[in-house]
Design a protein around this ligand. Structure first.
Ligand code: PLP
Length: 386
């Protein structure tokens, strides 16, 4: 089912306008409350908390975790969102490596990166696939680490029968325009912890009292919640199409010896988000540049290498551009550690990122995805002919 914004959305929006309450309005029947409850039900968690973006929610999650100056937050290196959120509250992002088959945080590397400074962990359930969330949860419990799930891509993603966002102390789902539930911008946080729900729900930077923890106003407004509530009712239809598109692309390379499909563990249910595979042509005497050229000549919209490099090579971490001071936060006197952003800290990610071949499959009609899959088959044949 193609994305639709229509009467359903307008109906809820009219209700909001008629109520006269356009902003955060936590009453029994306000749109934010209804969206929070409906999303909590959808994901099987105790509580939802509506926010204005996943990025601000991640930062607020770091803030409430107790991480800050002189502490570390374990993050994964394919995308930078979690690490930027950690940095926002002056904590040092410390990067755990990923697994080659799934591109997701490796629990063994998490263990290896725990120090006496570790306060929180942010695990990304990248492109519709959950990391090994129960294993990571156990490690966090063992070491008193606050666990945050970046669920920006994971509506409809499950690990061991439980929805993404139900293992972490907090989960952060993005409702930004390109995500499963588009509201323009927005987010719902998930939690099973009543204490966190109460603290976040009652968080106001301008309520006239000292905020309970360092935070800003990250709330969602009623119009956004109205669109979100309607889109939530449509999302299963969207997911059917996205999942079909994912299968179509996976099938296109099923017989190819040098494009490796992403591994989906038996414990996971992947939801359609972006499609990705790994280039392994170098092990088969093929040239990467040649393959890229063939793809370009065929007009096939594929992306190579995704962000090109692990996030720790971004200036904001490596050159410490975040504070305009090269010593902050990794050479901060309150931190005192020899941890540095340098090659070799996540060898699997370093070998993997340049190999990624990916394609958008959401908002692309299934007929177009089938045509792209045929072109990909053709690109494989041409590349193999040399
Ligand atoms: C993995 C991941 N986390 C977080 C975000 C941030 O989401 P938002 O745009 O809602 O702030 C994104 C956005 O693309 C994302 O892809």
């Amino acid at each position: 089912m193609a994305r639709e914004f229509g009467e359903l959305e307008l109906g809820y929006l009219r209700e909001v306008l008629a109520s006269g309450h356009l902003g955060w309005y936590h009453e029994e029947n306000s749109m934010t409350t209804r969206l929070e409850r409906a999303f909590a039900e959808k994901t099987g968690v105790g509580y939802g908390i509506a926010r204005n973006s996943a990025m601000t929610a991640l930062a607020q999650a770091v803030s409430i975790s107790g991480a800050g100056v002189g502490t570390e937050v374990i993050c994964d290196p394919i995308v930078h969102f979690g690490a930027v959120a950690a940095l926002y509250f002056n904590a040092v992002p410390r990067f755990a490596d990923i697994k080659y088959g799934t591109y997701l945080m490796d629990p063994e590397s998490v263990r290896a990166n725990i120090t006496d400074k570790t306060r929180a962990l942010i695990v990304t359930n990248l492109w519709g696939l959950c990391a090994e969330l129960d294993g990571i949860r156990s490690i966090c419990d063992e070491h008193g680490i606050f666990m945050i799930e970046d669920c920006a891509h994971s509506v409809g993603s499950y690990w061991k029968g439980k929805h993404a966002g139900s293992y972490g102390d907090l989960g952060c789902f993005s409702f930004q325009q390109s995500k499963h539930i588009p509201t323009g911008d927005g987010c719902v946080m998930t939690t099973n912890r009543a204490d966190l729900y109460d603290r976040l729900y009652n968080e106001w930077a301008f309520s006239g009292e000292s905020p309970a923890f360092l935070t800003l106003n990250f709330r969602m407004n009623e119009m956004t919640a109205a669109v979100g509530l309607a889109q939530l009712q449509r999302v299963d239809g969207y997911l059917e199409e996205y999942n079909e598109n994912l299968r179509t692309m996976n099938e296109a390379i099923a017989d190819c010896a040098w494009l490796r499909n992403r591994e989906v563990p038996a414990d996971a249910v992947q939801s359609g988000y972006a499609w990705a595979c790994l280039w392994e042509g170098d092990h088969h005497g093929l040239e990467h540049e040649r393959f890229k050229q063939v793809v370009a000549d065929l007009g096939l919209p594929l992306r190579f290498g995704f962000n090109q490099t692990p996030a720790y090579n971004y200036d904001i971490f490596k050159v410490s551009t975040a504070y305009g001071h090269p010593d902050c936060p990794v050479r901060c006197p309150f931190y005192k550690s020899d941890y540095r952003y340098q090659d070799g800290i996540c060898p699997v990610a370093e070998d993997l990122i340049w190999r990624i071949v990916n394609a958008g499959i959401m908002q692309v009609p299934s007929d177009d995805v089938r045509e792209r899959a045929d072109l990909l088959r053709k690109a494989i044949r041409i590349t193999e002919k040399g």
